[in-house]
Design a protein around this ligand. Structure first.
Ligand code: B12
Length: 205
């Protein structure tokens, strides 16, 4: 079952992913299990193949679209209904970076934990984070970066928030980051995955 999900993801078979996820949900498998045994290991295999130059950007893009489609099916189950927001989290991937799968997962898990998430998308300039943090009265700002060339834009966002007089805690994540890096740039927290992101945000509020 999980192999089939992973193979379909690697092959970028969007419709097959949708129906496998749907079937799994119908047969009572919890959404979190589908995520952690099917889709995420599939993305890990994709990353390993990409790293070894066994597949290239077009294949990764098609697989990513299939991943998005699978996540969209899971989202309603991951998100609890009718829960009063525990706080507002403004979330985005920093400027120059188009990777949004991990950020979307973090957003979903936070929504599931009862937060209102304002997702600014990918390639977000610092001033957009500032504007949204102010307008939405954010309790937390979350920054994502997947590239060593874009994680360096994170301190700029923190500086822009502070320059605008906003003391809102900033949490960061993404594959190239570390807790040390987060601390060095003045972020209030780092989490390696979506589940720990929820624990981190809970702890900060
Ligand atoms: C999918 C993918 C793409 C897709 C992105 C599609 C999309 N819509 O997101 C496409 C094809 C567009 C792409 C493009 C590129 N990519 Co790419 N990509 C990947 C890949 C294979 C998977 C990333 C992913 O989705 N992982 C799955 C998610 C679930 O994991 P995650 O993102 O790490 O997120 C989790 C945590 O990090 C954390 N987290 C993430 N964000 C946040 C935020 C907060 C606040 C918190 C608390 C936690 C948190 O929680 C998440 C959920 O558990 C990685 C390989 C890898 N191993 O990461 C390469 C990778 C990131 N890409 C890489 C590169 C080089 C590129 C390109 C430059 C390639 C090129 N030559 O053009 C371009 C850059 C485009 C750009 N400007 O952004 C490199 C980066 C190397 C580096 N260290 O800088 C990697 C590592 C591949 C490699 N080994 O070479 N890529």
């Amino acid at each position: 079952m999980w192999d089939r999900v992973q193979e379909a993801l690697l092959a970028g078979k969007r419709e097959e992913i949708e129906s496998l996820v749907e079937d799994a949900l119908q047969s009572g498998i919890p959404a979190a299990e589908i995520l952690h045994r099917g889709l995420i290991p599939g993305m890990e295999r994709l990353g390993a193949l990409f790293k070894r130059n066994e597949i290239f950007i077009p294949e990764v893009l098609v697989a990513s679209r299939a991943m998005h489609a699978g996540l969209a099916r899971l989202e309603p189950r991951l998100v609890k209904e009718g829960v009063a927001p525990r706080g507002v989290v403004v979330l985005g991937t920093v400027r120059g970076d188009l990777h949004d799968i991990g950020k979307n997962l973090v957003g979903m898990m936070l929504r599931g934990a009862g937060y209102r998430v304002v997702d600014l998308g990918a390639d977000v300039p610092p001033e957009r984070f500032v504007e949204a943090a102010r307008e939405e009265r954010a309790d937390i700002v979350g920054l994502s970066a997947l590239l060593t060339t874009t994680m360096v834009h994170m301190p700029g966002v923190i500086d822009a928030l502070r320059a605008a007089g906003l003391g809102v805690p900033v949490v960061v994540g993404g594959a190239p980051l570390s807790p040390e890096y987060a601390q060095r740039i003045g972020a209030q927290g780092y989490a390696p995955d979506a589940a720990s992101a929820v624990t981190l945000v809970n702890g900060l509020l």
